[in-house]
Design a binder for this molecule. Structure first.
Ligand SMILES: *[C@@H]1O[C@H](CO)[C@@H](O)[C@H](O)[C@H]1NC(C)=O
Ligand SMILES: *[C@@H]1O[C@H](CO)[C@@H](O)[C@H](O)[C@H]1NC(C)=O
Ligand SMILES: *[C@@H]1O[C@H](CO)[C@@H](O)[C@H](O)[C@H]1NC(C)=O
Ligand SMILES: *[C@@H]1O[C@H](CO)[C@@H](O)[C@H](O)[C@H]1NC(C)=O
Ligand SMILES: *[C@@H]1O[C@H](CO)[C@@H](O)[C@H](O)[C@H]1NC(C)=O
Ligand SMILES: *[C@@H]1O[C@H](CO)[C@@H](O)[C@H](O)[C@H]1NC(C)=O
Length: 675
């Protein structure tokens, strides 16, 4: 049956031209007034008493420049979707212990953080919204959205009812949830549904049972803060049953890539006479460094989407638009069920996800498929906007590196270094008003040490996550050029690793250990897994003697620091490989979307006008970084690169993303890397 809107707002309809006679979504569902929200009190959803299937897509506001929120949301609505879904990342909104940012809060990510404005724009673009505030959000996001300063509390058990953890959750939710409460559908806002925790059933294992006391406590905090809309949980019902849910309190939804019938049948078995919904139907997949670039076959995607629509079920497509994990904000997996970082798999900066809209907001074949299928199966016909034109992309002419800054000059810019007899992890440094260091690099320097010929450096435990070793400023460890290098000294896979510091004996030498945090794990056994970064698992030895008296430098690449660096020098003739900064200037008439092509460089990060765009690595698969126009200015732009090993002399641009190896392969379920 087609519900063409007729009587309720006929006055509105009459005022519109004939071609626009269809009602908007909000006209259809809210006129003449809002009485009830989303109801799961029967085998199908109703909203304000009218039947609805949620046709939702995920877009993370924190992965898309604010200037593009409206464009991406309109493209979503133009495909026929009626809802947008987003997670809410705690690590950005409470960027230091007790310090909040919901836009203009003073953190480097502040331009992304006006979550209220995001939901308001969603409503203006005629979309309902699903909010998933976690507090754990997975999302291939740094520590699954947890702030790293939580780790400063000894033995804290995240994702459990541990009071040490719940104290911080409660304090944060008491700030966040009142903002969201005002954006609820029943208050005239767009949010029709909230998810509690995230795939909580999948924490099961290694002796850990999902903690329902914790889930119950979360529900109570929601209620206390005035959240009245429907509450749900999400998991794979065939894999975890209702272990991650509270039957009777939370509506269970299903996450999967394929075989919707099995998942939905299981949902129906677990909860009788309830609506069926997929909270995450995976449109594509994400990439780990050193692996191939993942794509999902369009026909397979369309076939499964159609099976979902005809089941019939509501569905949120994860992702509809993946965007970018800018800066240091990517997450990581651990494979082989490891409870240490031996099976660590960090995610790339690009979160394109092979989704219907590309990382740069362009349409793909999947977009066409979604639009066609929703037109065919959505019984509620409302007004759909014209499909927006895509943004122009440009490959600016290449620019030359003009200035450099060697490691000692970089360190001279750091004014909060710490002297310590023992090694300290990033998180436990007494900096940032006692929130420690969250992201970037940490350098451990040992001065005035005499080295006999062929001295052996030993790092006890594992490096978190990689280390570059220099003696008197000379690079000693091997550059990361090939995937196989990850098996050798300098990377997370080796335990108790050794490196020979060179054949010459040296008096009064300086040894530097530059450690990169590649992103904290966002999935799996988080309650049992120590996520500290830097060197902290044991001692550092030279010729089996413990080294003490370190000078420790946090190298955070914060925006104000990046923009005020002193000591830039003209590019020198004499060049040796090792960690340095390389600066160039991009002069443009008009800012447009582009990609920075880093294929000629080795490993590091790119900083544009003080903002850390993201990481690059020759090992791939990602070889270029999306640089959206809003990060550029008409006129002069400063771009610098922090290269760990071998730089190139130029920075190049391209119009579309480059990958190291493009290998088509079917999507893997989460089970594939949980084994
Ligand atoms: C669903 O049913 C419950 C219990 O009867 C009721 O309190 C609630 O208002 C209903 N929800 C909606 C949205 O109608
Ligand atoms: C709402 O959907 C249910 C289930 O498909 C159907 O039985 C019912 O007739 C629908 N109600 C209206 C008013 O269309
Ligand atoms: C440091 O933290 C304390 C306690 O959270 C807070 O009162 C103070 O304002 C903070 N100082 C700065 C400079 O942020
Ligand atoms: C490093 O050297 C120590 C002492 O010789 C040895 O026990 C250890 O196995 C070595 N580590 C590796 C990864 O080979
Ligand atoms: C040791 O090296 C440092 C520089 O790292 C220098 O300042 C100092 O004078 C040297 N000391 C001796 C005894 O050579
Ligand atoms: C940049 O220049 C273009 C073309 O002249 C203009 O349309 C645009 O508004 C300018 N942008 C800014 C931020 O000034």
């Amino acid at each position: 049956m087609i519900h063409i809107y007729s009587t309720v707002v006929s006055c509105v309809a009459m005022a519109l031209s004939v071609s626009a006679v269809l009602p908007t979504l909000y006209e259809y569902y809210t006129v003449p007034k809002i009485e009830t929200g989303l109801s799961a009190n029967q085998s199908y959803f109703t909203l304000n008493g009218r039947n609805i299937s949620l046709y939702s897509g995920t877009l993370h506001y924190f992965r898309v420049p604010k200037a593009y929120w409206r464009d991406r949301l309109r493209k979503m609505r133009a495909a026929g979707l009626n809802t947008v879904e987003t997670y809410i990342p705690w690590n950005l909104h409470e960027f230091e212990d007790g310090k909040y940012d919901f836009g203009k809060g003073g953190s480097d990510m502040q331009d992304f953080l006006d979550v209220k404005e995001f939901f308001e724009i969603a409503k203006e673009e005629d979309l309902f919204a699903i909010a998933r505030p976690g507090p754990f959000i997975c999302a291939e996001w740094e520590f699954g959205g947890f702030p790293s300063w939580l780790l400063r509390t000894k033995d804290i058990k995240v994702r459990t009812s541990d009071p040490k953890f719940m104290k911080y959750v409660t304090r944060y939710f008491n700030v966040l949830l009142p903002i969201l409460a005002l954006l609820q559908f029943s208050k005239g806002g767009p949010i029709v549904l909230f998810q509690i925790e995230n795939e909580y059933g999948s924490t099961e294992g290694n002796g850990f049972l999902p903690d329902r006391v914790y889930l119950r406590q979360l529900v109570d905090i929601y209620k206390k803060n005035g959240i009245r809309e429907l509450l749900v949980s999400s998991d794979s019902p065939t894999a975890h049953g209702d272990k991650g849910s509270l039957p009777g309190v939370l509506l269970q939804t299903a996450n999967f890539a394929g075989n919707p019938k099995a998942e939905f049948d299981k949902l129906k078995e677990l909860q009788h006479n309830k609506p069926t919904m997929s909270m995450e139907f995976w449109s594509g997949w994400f990439d780990h460094w050193s692996e191939y670039h993942h794509t999902r076959d369009d026909d397979d995607f369309g076939k499964v989407y159609e099976q979902i629509l005809t089941y019939p079920a509501s569905v949120n497509m994860y992702m509809f638009h993946g965007g970018t994990s800018f800066g240091f904000l990517n997450g990581a997996n651990v494979n082989n069920g490891a409870t240490d970082n031996s099976g660590y798999q960090p995610d790339t900066t690009s979160y394109d996800y092979d989704a219907p809209l590309t990382e740069a907001g362009d349409y793909t074949e999947k977009y066409v498929i979604v639009k066609k299928l929703l037109k065919k199966y959505n019984k509620v016909v409302t007004r759909i906007p014209v499909t927006p034109a895509i943004g122009e992309k440009i490959a600016y002419p290449k620019i030359s590196v003009e200035k450099e800054m060697l490691l000692d000059d970089i360190l001279a810019n750091i004014h909060n270094s710490v002297s310590s007899s023992n090694l300290i992890s990033m998180e436990n440094l007494p900096i940032n008003n006692n929130s420690g260091q969250s992201y970037g690099y940490i350098l451990y320097r040992k001065e005035n040490i005499d080295l006999s010929p062929n001295s052996i450096l030993t790092i006890e435990g594992r490096v978190c996550d990689s280390v570059v070793v220099l003696v008197n400023g000379m690079l000693i460890s091997k550059p990361l050029s090939y995937t196989e290098d990850l098996n050798g000294f300098g990377f997370w896979r080796l335990k108790n690793s050794n490196l020979t510091l060179g054949p010459r004996g040296l008096k009064n030498a300086t040894v530097d250990l530059l450690v990169e945090n590649w992103g904290r794990v966002n999935f799996g056994l988080l309650p049992q897994f120590n996520q500290f970064k830097g060197l902290w698992q044991g001692d550092v030895l030279i010729n089996k003697q413990k080294v003490t008296s370190w000078k420790i430098y946090p190298i955070e690449f914060k925006k104000s620091w990046n923009n005020n660096l002193v000591g830039w020098k003209p590019l020198s003739e004499r060049w040796a490989p090792g960690p340095s900064l390389y600066k160039a200037t991009l002069n443009i008439k008009e800012a447009k979307d582009t990609f920075i092509n880093m294929e000629a460089w080795t490993k590091g990060i790119v900083v544009v006008n003080g903002f850390v765009l993201g990481r690059y690595a020759r090992i791939g698969p990602q070889q270029s970084l999306y640089l959206p126009a809003p990060f550029l200015k008409n006129g002069t732009n400063s771009i610098f690169v922090f290269e760990h090993y071998m730089p190139a002399s130029e920075i190049k641009f391209c119009k579309s993303p480059h990958y190291k190896t493009i290998k088509k392969r079917g999507i893997q379920g989460r089970a594939a890397f949980k084994k």
